[in-house]
Design a protein around this ligand. Structure first.
Ligand code: ARG
Length: 588
């Protein structure tokens, strides 16, 4: 369906043309004076210069031509040359009925769907998930869902950090503890055990212990580096240990991400890219893209128009080891071969921006990725505590994701139990659902690139611009709809009529913006715009609700119209929270 703002713009363009002016001046925006009008056009001011006329004259001529418009009820030319408009109530009602009849609520799917890969999550295997990975998961999941909603073919790839030094550390520590295991016996020829030599909790304890030891003990560090090297070069026993680490960690990660309502289509990782490295490096050398600089193999990526220095992309260290950039380039080789994506979106900490600039440039320059492939870095800011420093536990340690979720759920549970008399089980379940909205909305309502303060009290509040407030609003609508049905009335054959009062009209206008908001959120990769929108819808609904008797309305047609509007508002809110990655409970 066309966007309502474009429909208004079309009518306006007609009016400009009829008055003898270019259609291109008919740009429409939402009013910044909602007390005066709903939409406005400032095109007369822009046209004044070109036509050497007073803007008000242009505005008046255009306004005159809108007198019997299908969609504009009231139009005023206001000095110096604003064209202020209010939409016809029947037109808005008609638009909403069309929306309600459409499965997609008016969102137009892409005519030529793109193949899009979203690289997000990016946890490092065997290290516990921490809040830094929370943002990537939450934002990436939402981007993926928004792109799907727009009709694109989207794959989410977790891109595990599964090939680094942490693996060498774990192997080293395990060898110290259990040297008798066959993985460490170079003469062992048989089959390695299928059972892992550790549990997930041991694994989680092994990693920090080893990491600490390596910091204090140079020999230990050397050993871990060597173990990493051997693993990366196919050591049989270490590869078997690596497989155990992967199996155990991935199972744990899957559980954690499922708790967050985050789902990946691909569980690929850095290790999967390794097979592509030798050929890639060979070709880059042969074709002259890579050269040796101070012992390392690099690709120059500086461009003439750069105002700052962009260091070369390093692809091989002097000792032959590959680097983060090598892995990301090889991953692009693999993605190109497997999916030939039109677009890849990387949702990663913004401090990695330079790395991605180097990788993107190197991949285009060397033809790893075709020129037209859109590589996009979506860098996010840091999640801070109330003290403005990166979020920590009360004791000052790194906050684990699981603990953070538990803390929010606990807080939510207190609030829910305090207010209402529901059974404990239900309160627990609801606290989980509402807690998820608190975390996700708290994150997504900020522009991704900005740092934000994770404020448990604020995020879990039922008032203000929060997830729980949005859910509370949805639950309120559900409750009205349930009561309506409990009166023995049905949802069949309902239609939205022209608005009966001002707050109803305001709610209608908000609901009508849905397809526009979704499109913008996709184009700008901006879930925060979806958040801002549902906050507006929720506020408009609550105002309408407080000013209108719905269930006791005696005029039947009018009541039906209210109910139809509520059903549509609920659908819009639910579609929005779905792309944000959370859901609403039945009651709260
Ligand atoms: N594992 C990395 C980290 O924890 C993030 C990976 C981001 N994705 C990528 N293709 N490099 O920092």
């Amino acid at each position: 369906m066309k966007k309502i703002i474009d429909l208004v713009a079309d009518e306006l363009a007609e009016a400009f043309e009829k008055a003898g002016y270019e259609r291109s001046y008919a740009k429409v925006t939402l009013s910044n004076r909602p007390d005066l009008c709903e939409y406005q056009c400032n095109g007369a001011m822009a046209g004044a210069k070109a036509y050497k006329k007073a803007p008000i004259m242009i505005a008046e001529a255009v306004a005159e031509n809108l007198k019997d418009s299908r969609c504009i009820e009231e139009v005023n030319a206001v000095k110096p040359g604003f064209i202020n408009m209010k939409l016809r109530n029947d037109y808005v009602a008609g638009f909403l009925n069309d929306m309600g009849a459409d499965d997609e609520l008016g969102v137009e799917k892409a005519k030529e769907p793109k193949m899009i890969l979203v690289d997000y999550g990016g946890p490092n295997v065997a290290k516990p998930l921490h809040v830094g990975h929370l943002r990537s998961a939450i934002i990436g999941e939402s981007i993926k869902r928004i792109a799907r909603k727009m009709g694109h073919e989207v794959l989410g790839d977790i891109h595990l950090g599964d090939w680094g030094y942490q693996m060498g550390l774990i192997i080293t520590e395990l060898r110290e503890r259990k040297p008798q295991l066959p993985y460490f016996d170079d003469n062992f020829q048989g089959e390695y055990p299928s059972e892992a030599p550790f549990t997930i909790s041991e694994l989680e304890e092994i990693y920090p212990t080893a990491s600490q030891k390596a910091k204090e003990d140079e020999t230990y560090r050397e050993e871990a580096l060597n173990a990493t090297y051997l693993l990366q070069n196919g050591h049989r026993g270490y590869t078997a240990v690596w497989n155990h680490i992967m199996n155990i960690s991935v199972a744990d990660l899957k559980r954690n991400y499922a708790n967050l309502n985050v789902e990946f289509d691909l569980w690929k990782g850095e290790a999967d890219a390794q097979a592509y490295i030798p050929d890639m490096i060979e070709r880059l050398k042969k074709e002259g893209y890579a050269h040796i600089d101070e012992g390392a193999l690099v690709i120059d990526v500086q461009e003439e128009t750069d105002t700052k220095e962009v260091p070369p992309c390093m692809i091989q260290k002097s000792d032959g080891a590959s680097l983060y950039g090598t892995t990301d380039l090889a991953t692009l080789v693999q993605r190109e071969a497997d999916y030939h994506p039109d677009k890849i979106i990387y949702v990663v900490d913004k401090r990695q921006e330079l790395h991605f600039l180097q990788v993107f440039r190197a991949s285009k320059k060397t033809g790893i990725v075709p020129e037209e492939t859109h590589l996009r870095f979506l860098g996010f800011g840091t999640m801070n505590g109330k003290d403005g420093k990166p979020f920590k536990t009360r004791e000052g340690g790194v906050m684990r994701l699981e603990n953070l979720i538990a803390e929010i759920e606990e807080e939510m549970y207190k609030k829910i139990a305090e207010n209402r008399t529901v059974a404990e089980d239900e309160a627990k379940e609801t606290a989980k659902i509402v807690g998820m909205s608190a975390i996700k909305y708290g994150d997504l309502s900020n522009q991704a690139s900005k740092d934000y303060v994770f404020d448990v009290d604020r995020f879990t509040s039922f008032e203000g611009n929060t997830g729980p407030y949005i859910l509370y609003t949805i639950v309120r609508i559900k409750s009205i709809l349930n009561k309506y049905q409990a009166q023995g009335k049905s949802f069949e054959g309902l239609a939205i009529e022209s608005a009966h009062n001002e707050s109803e009209k305001a709610l209608m206008l908000e609901v009508a913006k849905y397809n526009e908001v979704m499109e913008t959120a996709y184009e700008e990769l901006a879930p925060h715009k979806v958040c801002a929108y549902i906050y507006d819808v929720a506020n408009a609904f609550n105002r309408f609700y407080h000013e209108t008797k719905i269930l006791s309305e005696e005029n039947e047609a009018r009541q039906k119209s209210y109910i139809a509007l509520l059903i549509l508002a609920k659908k819009v809110l639910e579609a929005c929270i779905d792309v944000l990655g959370f859901e609403a409970p039945e009651r709260m």
